[in-house]
Design a binder for this molecule. Structure first.
Ligand code: NAD
Ligand code: MG
Length: 391
């Protein structure tokens, strides 16, 4: 008889949060939802609480609370969120928050020695060595939910990362993969949100359209697998069937394939190294059609090079890149910035804040705030709208 393990689902109302709950629902003998947390979708959180009956729920934005509803233990505010990540009664934390707002939860879960199933790549990219140090010191495990990194982990199996010569991350190319660059100036939010192969939250959808997401993933691979940037390649693969490849030092290349669904990487992050019985749609290689690959149009998607350069610079550069990008994406979605304005804005902020070594989490919080305020100044938006970062 295997123990049922408690799971905290941070970001429960989002796309990854919902997929996580679908996965957990199919394995009640293995996992139990012990806490649920969200930003400000209080009514949805309330419905989820009634369905899952967790020990408590956390709403990061206290002003969004709903009267009545689920009669259990409600907790409020960003501190309650970090406490939920550190709760000793919960050995597995899913961090499916979006953006920098997930950093303290990532650190808290790793400090407390948990298994952290990490969708919130921004926290790893921004926190860098700090996050790796927390995992080492706390004895926690860091398992990626990103499909590409889950693929690498699965290709690696029980081998050491030293045996990898190179990884090849696949990229769908996003909705503008085949658009001529001349049309980029007229891209509207609804065009950017229409991802060809994945259905995801708004922020990552825009990041996939600019290829900022792929730059974040290159940095994520560098940190997770200890690979030099020169050993991380990116190739466009529009069908999103091959989730990434590992070239081993003997010249053999191994890849992981399947339909584009986040449920497989989520389940693997929960169960690894074990593989659990699962319901799934069988993969038919004939039906899936030819596997096509293309070069990345680096010159037309400057967010990719800017992000990888920030990763190579290290220190505070990824935090500046990330914060400026978060503000740029919000402004683009609100119709205050053009699509081509996103990389211009991020480049300006990066040029104003040269990288310095990271001194600790409070230092990163200050760098993040400064980069946001510089980005907002450039875009001409008010710097203190209530809880901008909470959705
Ligand atoms: P989403 O926007 O659908 O959901 C985000 C969740 O975080 C929501 O529950 C929201 O309430 C919560 N949240 C947002 N801001 C918050 C704050 N300040 N405090 C507390 N809670 C807050 O996003 P998503 O698509 O599920 O993505 C989540 C993370 O997973 C992102 O880092 C994304 O890059 C990563 N990811 C997503 C996918 C995908 O398929 N959606 C794939 C790979 C990686
Ligand atoms: Mg990915």
């Amino acid at each position: 008889m295997t123990d049922v393990r408690n799971v905290a689902v941070l970001g429960a109302t989002g796309s990854i949060g919902s997929s996580t709950l679908n996965v957990v629902a199919r394995h009640p003998d293995r996992f139990r939802v012990a806490s649920l947390a969200a930003g400000r979708r209080a009514e949805m959180l309330d419905r989820l609480a009634a369905r899952w009956n967790p020990d408590y729920v956390v709403l990061a934005d206290p002003l969004s609370r709903v009267p009545g509803g689920w009669g259990g233990d409600w907790r409020y505010g960003p501190e309650a969120l970090t406490e939920a990540a550190a709760d000793p009664a919960i050995p597995i934390v899913i961090n499916a928050l979006v953006g920098f707002a997930g950093l303290r939860s990532t650190l808290a879960a790793l400090d407390a020695g948990k298994r952290l199933a990490l969708a919130n790549k921004e926290s790893l990219v921004v926190g860098g060595e700090l996050v790796l140090a927390a995992a080492a010191a706390g004895g926690g495990e860091l398992l990626p939910i990103d499909s590409e990194h889950s693929a690498i982990l699965q290709c690696l199996g029980n081998r050491s990362a030293d045996e990898m010569h190179r990884v090849i991350l696949t990229a769908s190319g996003g909705p503008f993969r085949a658009w001529p660059v001349e049309r980029f100036g007229g891209i509207r939010p609804e065009d950017a949100l229409a991802h060809p192969t994945w259905s995801m939250g708004e922020k990552i959808s825009v990041d996939s359209a600019t290829l900022a997401n792929k730059a974040l993933e290159v940095i994520e691979a560098h940190l997770l697998f200890g690979l030099d940037f020169d050993r991380i390649e990116v190739v466009v693969h529009p069908a999103s069937i091959v989730h990434s490849m590992v070239e081993f030092r003997d010249g053999s290349t191994v890849s992981q394939l399947g339909h584009p669904t986040m449920e497989i990487p989520i389940l693997y992050a929960l169960s690894a190294p074990e593989r659990l019985e699962n319901e799934f749609r069988p993969f038919d290689p004939v039906e899936s059609g030819p596997l096509e690959f293309e070069r990345l149009r680096r010159e037309d998607f400057p967010m990719f090079e800017l992000g990888v350069a920030a990763g190579r610079s290290g220190g505070t550069a990824p935090a500046v890149y990330n914060a400026a990008n978060e503000v740029a994406v919000e402004a683009f979605l609100a119709g205050r910035l053009t699509f081509t304005g996103i990389p211009r804005l991020v480049e300006v902020v990066l040029s104003k804040m040269p990288p310095v070594p990271v001194e600790g989490v409070d230092h990163l919080v200050n760098v993040d705030a400064e980069a946001r305020s510089r980005a907002r100044e450039s875009v001409g938006t008010p710097s203190s709208t209530r809880g901008d970062r909470i959705s």
